[in-house]
Design a protein around this ligand. Structure first.
Ligand code: TNX
Length: 540
């Protein structure tokens, strides 16, 4: 073989080899590229693009605009207000939003005071120059591609607006751990929103079965998500006394032990109660404590013999039927006792109300009932609070127009005549301790079966004249529930409908639209870890 031939062969061989190598590399890179593309397709399909927001309660004005705001790890929350006090409060509210965002996005969101112009991609929370007609809880929310601007008259209004923002984000925002691969978009929109009724609340009965501080905090947190602003704690009943009264310690050492079927007793120390009140206050929720009297008092009568006609303690009561017990309306010791209880509770309660019960006092004559409620009313006033009571407390001559009636049935009433304010809690619609359907595993049935649609399709004006209505409240009595999961099963999703009835004007509400939004909101419920009832009527 000549040298030359060998040279050519070598060149050819190298050329062929290189051709193969390059070819192989190309194929490989093609495969790799395809892999990347496949991956990209995968990411793209897992990326959540929010097209429209399903907000509950429905905002008063919602104008959808093209585009999205994208939340990133560079997003900062700015606050601005006229005075230092409001700025400090807004910083706290901003921190709350930042924490909500951080836990699911993994972004460390900073909070800064706004100076002049804020950078693109930021969120601004401001009480600067808001329209006064937004009221205490109203807000204006502008979302565009450059930023999110939330404006309100008060930090409370900003807090309510933040709940709207959270619902506009992808549902993964609700998760308590970091979620990868989500585009944290908020659809561009302009919202101007405020509530129809001043009070929108929930009542939790901790007397029939006890719920502890952590569980109660969770409930408060959940109701705040739907812009509720009142939390009524039913603290005492025949089956249990749940609030420490330092001057009458046996109320909790004895009365705190029992519960329905003795399944779950317990009580709040005054420190516990204060922790609950503060937690609620941070969410702009007013706690309304209830001491139910003169009936529903067996737990007190079981704690102190001195409150009974024969001087002997009653046995604890663990069954469910009520209406048999009564404090002694004509004995001064009763009022000394009540004075102590109301004084201690009033001192722990920053809100303006104390609920004094007054329902189902079947063992008290009407004359005694009137005398009793009139005196208790004066005690409440003497500690600077206003009284709320269940019907028929409004029929008592000594109850003036400034007191508030909580109306739960259609019994004869004097509230309208007196010009009293009314909280509407009609048992056949608003009692979320009722079963959804005949075969529901939890709940009572005496008032009605209330499915999600029935719970939604009513209006406060069906039960009281518009000018008297202060708001609405959902009582959750706890005879049939003992755990937070059971509590959530009865409360959700019905509570969302009530939140909307209290917030959104009647003419804007309709089941078809609401159930569409509820379906779209389902993942938000799921990712909040709520044990909601998958009511078939919603179309789930
Ligand atoms: C009625 S309505 C009650 C409560 C019960 C509830 C059960 C009213 C003010 N009182 O004592 O727990 O029904 O649904």
């Amino acid at each position: 073989m000549s040298k030359r031939f060998f040279g050519i062969t070598l060149i050819l061989a190298v050329a062929i080899l290189s051709f193969f190598v390059v070819g192989l590399l190309m194929v490989d890179s093609f495969i790799q590229k395809q892999g990347i593309e496949e991956e990209a397709v995968e990411i793209a399909t897992s990326v959540k693009h929010v097209k429209h927001a399903a907000i509950i309660p429905l905002p008063l004005n919602y104008e959808a605009l093209p585009g999205n705001f994208l939340l990133t790890d560079r997003t900062t929350i700015y606050v601005s207000a006229r005075d230092e006090e409001k700025i400090a409060e807004l910083r706290r509210v901003a921190r709350y939003l930042a924490d909500c965002i951080s836990q699911s996005t993994g972004y460390l969101i900073g909070v800064l005071d706004a100076k002049d112009i804020i950078p693109k991609g930021s969120i601004l929370l401001s009480t600067y120059d808001a329209e006064p007609n937004l009221g205490i809880e109203g807000y204006e929310l502008d979302v565009n591609e450059d930023g999110v601007y939330l404006l309100a008259v008060t930090p409370e209004g900003v807090f309510r607006g933040i709940q709207t923002i959270r619902q506009m984000l992808p549902p993964e925002i609700e998760l308590s751990n970091v979620s990868e691969g989500v585009m944290w978009e908020i659809p561009c929109a302009r919202i101007v929103d405020w509530p129809t009724y001043e009070e929108r609340g929930m009542m939790l009965d901790v007397a029939r079965h006890f719920f502890n501080v952590e569980e109660v905090k969770r409930v408060i947190d959940l109701i705040s998500r739907y812009k509720m602003n009142r939390f009524h704690l039913h603290l005492t009943d025949d089956q249990g006394w749940r609030i420490e009264i330092k001057s009458w310690p046996d109320l909790t050492t004895i009365g705190g032990k029992s519960s329905v079927r003795n399944e779950r007793g317990g009580y709040f120390t005054q420190e516990d109660y204060t922790e609950i009140v503060n937690y609620a206050q941070e969410r702009y929720i007013t706690v309304i404590p209830e001491i139910d009297m003169p009936g529903h008092t067996n737990a007190a009568l079981a704690s102190y013999g001195i409150l009974n006609p024969d001087g002997l303690r009653k046995p604890p009561y663990t069954a469910m039927l009520v209406g048999f017990s009564t404090l002694m309306p004509r004995e001064e010791i009763t009022y000394e006792f009540i004075d102590d209880v109301i004084r201690e509770i009033a001192a722990l309660t920053p809100g303006p109300y104390i609920h004094i019960g007054g329902d189902e006092a079947h063992s008290t004559t009407k004359e005694d009932y009137d005398y009793f409620m009139g005196r208790v009313y004066k005690i409440v006033k003497s500690y600077g609070k206003e009284a709320v009571g269940w019907g028929p407390f409004d029929t008592v001559p000594g109850i003036p127009s400034s007191a508030v009636l909580q109306r739960w049935n259609k019994d004869k009433t004097m509230a309208e005549e007196k010009g009293m304010k009314i909280i509407v809690s009609h048992a056949q619609k608003a009692y979320i301790d009722m079963k959804y359907y005949k075969d529901s595993p939890l709940g009572l049935t005496w008032a009605a079966y209330i499915n999600t649609k029935t719970a939604y399709e009513w209006d406060p004006t069906d039960y009281a004249p518009e000018q008297n209505i202060l708001g609405i409240e959902n009582p959750l009595w706890s005879e049939s529930i003992q755990t937070i999961e059971e509590l959530e099963y009865l409360a959700f999703p019905r509570l969302l409908g009530h939140a909307e009835i209290g917030w959104t004007p009647k003419h804007m509400r309709g089941w078809d639209d609401y159930s569409d939004r509820l379906r779209a909101h389902e993942k938000h419920l799921k990712y909040q870890g709520i044990n909601y009832f998958k009511d078939p009527i919603v179309g789930w």
